[in-house]
Design a protein around this ligand. Structure first.
Ligand SMILES: [Mg+2]
Length: 241
């Protein structure tokens, strides 16, 4: 296997996403209770979550765009309370700021530093995490999101777009992510090498096994170091960043 670049999932690969999403919902709810108590009473957190799920189901054309789903949810919640000019932008920025206050897994930062020193990295995410806001953008040569590309993982097109942007053939890119379907199956379909980041010790039960499996990002960085040591002819990218 010759690996010349890494593509990385973000949520639940570099940080656990659920705590940030829950906190973001809480921040939105707190703002509503202060500024629009009627809306807050009509749409407590659980009801707002169900509304968003329903809006996602009813708007499959937005399945790649979680941000637009949320904005639509806000508009709908306010309209149901008789308010047509919902403060969509304000609420979206409150949500977005909290959603990006993620706490990295303890192994993520050091591993990113090690990998980025030798290989270009692209991020491929279906979510709306913002690497600049999080402060990790300098590790990534390319950043691809489902909303930006108009198509979400596991569609092969988003992986091929990453390969094109990196200028590296798909088979020389190792895609790493926690989700068996979105990351491993999707990347394999697009011809990338695949690594399943299995932090919770699950058993693989999704068809053909991934090329590689790691328990954390340190194990990935170790494997890439060993690969480089075993074959010095593999070109490295001194200016990978
Ligand atoms: Mg993920």
């Amino acid at each position: 296997m010759q690996i010349h670049a890494v593509s990385l999932d973000l949520d639940d690969t570099l940080w656990p996403v659920l705590p940030a999403l829950i906190e973001a919902e809480r921040c939105v709810d707190a703002w509503l209770r202060e500024h629009h108590p009627t809306v807050a009473t009509a749409w407590p957190i659980e009801a707002m979550r169900e509304l968003r799920d329903r809006i996602a189901l009813e708007n499959t054309h937005l399945s790649h765009d979680f941000s637009e789903q949320r904005r639509l949810t806000i508009r709908h919640a306010f309209a149901a309370c008789g308010i047509d000019d919902a403060p969509v932008d304000e609420l979206w920025s409150i949500y977005f700021a909290a959603r990006n206050r993620v706490e990295l897994y303890p192994d993520s930062l050091a591993a990113l530093e090690r990998i980025a020193a030798h290989l270009p990295i692209a991020s491929i995410s279906n979510g709306n995490a913002d690497l600049e806001v999080i402060g990790l953008d300098h590790f990534f040569r390319e950043r691809l999101s489902a909303s930006g590309e108009g198509v979400a993982k596991p569609h092969p097109q988003i992986f091929r777009a990453a390969a094109e942007r990196l200028g590296i053939a798909p088979q020389h890119i190792l895609h790493v992510g926690d989700d068996p379907l979105l990351d491993v199956v999707g990347a394999r379909e697009a011809g990338l090498a695949t690594a399943w980041l299995n932090r919770t010790g699950e058993r693989w039960s999704h068809g053909p096994a991934p090329d590689l499996e790691f328990t954390d990002m340190t194990a990935l960085a170790d494997w890439l170091d060993a690969l480089r040591a075993s074959d010095p002819s593999i070109h490295t990218h001194p200016n990978a960043r």
